[in-house]
Design a protein around this ligand. Structure first.
Ligand code: C5P
Length: 292
């Protein structure tokens, strides 16, 4: 076994999310802005010489064989034909089922890190393609930039977003992504936007009415956050991320986010995170390559 190394897996929020069509394969065409944030899961990796892929630590509620981090390691192993294996440890800080992309980001960090540790030599584009077979949100984390996303969420254009701080509230409960996409009343025919035409006033999430109707605690948390007043005396804008259940508001200054965070009712969990243009995973890989 090689030495244990630790890797970050950042979360994302969707600054907006709309559905522009339904595809033959059951997936939906969407448009979104993925904003990476510095709330991270931690992935521990040890290369195994015996070719086995194991998980020695991880969330109790997800069986190792179903864990996207483990599945990512096995997918890369099969694709690359390496004889090496790995032990994976997953330390969760990103709420699961929250629309923050935690599982997808864990998978992306495993792909990027094992590609380096196993010496597979795949490009980022090849890893993103492999990642797409694991989930629609994996490619953005493999590419490691905040981005405008289209298609299933895999057609990405990197974006430099204004520096922001995010207050994220998890009102409890998990939302099934597949169920949210199947809701009969989901608006699936939004007009296709260009990046240029996008403005913050169009920052809607098509899943908000769907999720609020089925998960009253999400509706309640949104109402609470929208009743808070920002530093300019204006009520906050608040949004669902992904298909929920987490909601968020953005702030220019950390202290303004912290001020509202201090008031979040005890029955909900919350955290403040900084927006990132680049994933910390990529900074680590550059250091490994001697480019850092
Ligand atoms: O790709 P992922 O496993 O995250 O997607 C979960 C489910 O969400 C899919 O099985 C599909 O039903 C739905 N989905 C969709 N269109 C997308 C992304 C996900 O219909 N662009």
């Amino acid at each position: 076994m090689s030495e244990l190394s630790w890797w970050p897996a950042p979360a994302k929020v969707n600054l907006f999310l709309q559905i522009t069509g339904r595809r033959q394969d059951g997936y939906h065409e969407l448009q979104t802005i993925f904003q990476l944030i510095d709330r991270c899961d931690r992935i521990g990796l040890t290369v195994r010489a015996d070719g086995r892929v194991t998980r020695s630590a991880g969330p109790a509620e997800i069986e190792p064989d179903k864990d996207l981090a483990v599945r990512a390691a096995r997918t890369l192993q099969r694709h690359s034909g390496t004889g090496l294996g790995a032990d994976v440890q997953v330390i969760k800080h990103i709420p699961a089922g929250g629309g923050l992309g935690g599982g997808s980001s864990d998978a992306a960090s495993v792909l990027l890190a094992l590609n380096a540790l196993w010496g597979c030599g795949l490009s980022v584009a090849q890893l993103a393609q492999l990642g797409l077979t694991l989930g629609a949100d994996v490619p953005v984390f493999v590419h490691g930039s905040s981005a405008w996303g289209e298609g299933r969420g895999e057609q990405l254009s990197a974006l430099q977003l204004p520096p922001r701080w995010f207050l994220v509230i998890h009102p409890g409960g998990g939302v099934s992504t597949a169920e949210a996409f199947q809701a009969p009343e989901l608006t699936r025919n939004s007009v296709v936007l260009t990046i240029r035409a996008f403005s913050e006033s169009r920052a809607v999430n098509a899943f908000e009415p769907v999720v609020c109707a089925r998960h009253p605690q999400v509706a309640e948390a949104l109402e609470w956050l929208r009743a808070q007043i920002d530093a300019h005396g204006v009520p906050l804008r608040a949004h669902l991320t992904g298909t929920g259940a987490c909601i968020f508001s953005s702030f220019e200054r950390a202290e303004d986010a912290e001020r509202i965070a201090a008031r979040v009712p005890d029955r909900w969990s919350s955290f403040v995170a900084r927006g990132l243009d680049r994933s910390p995973m990529h900074a680590m890989l550059r250091v490994q390559d001697g480019q850092g």
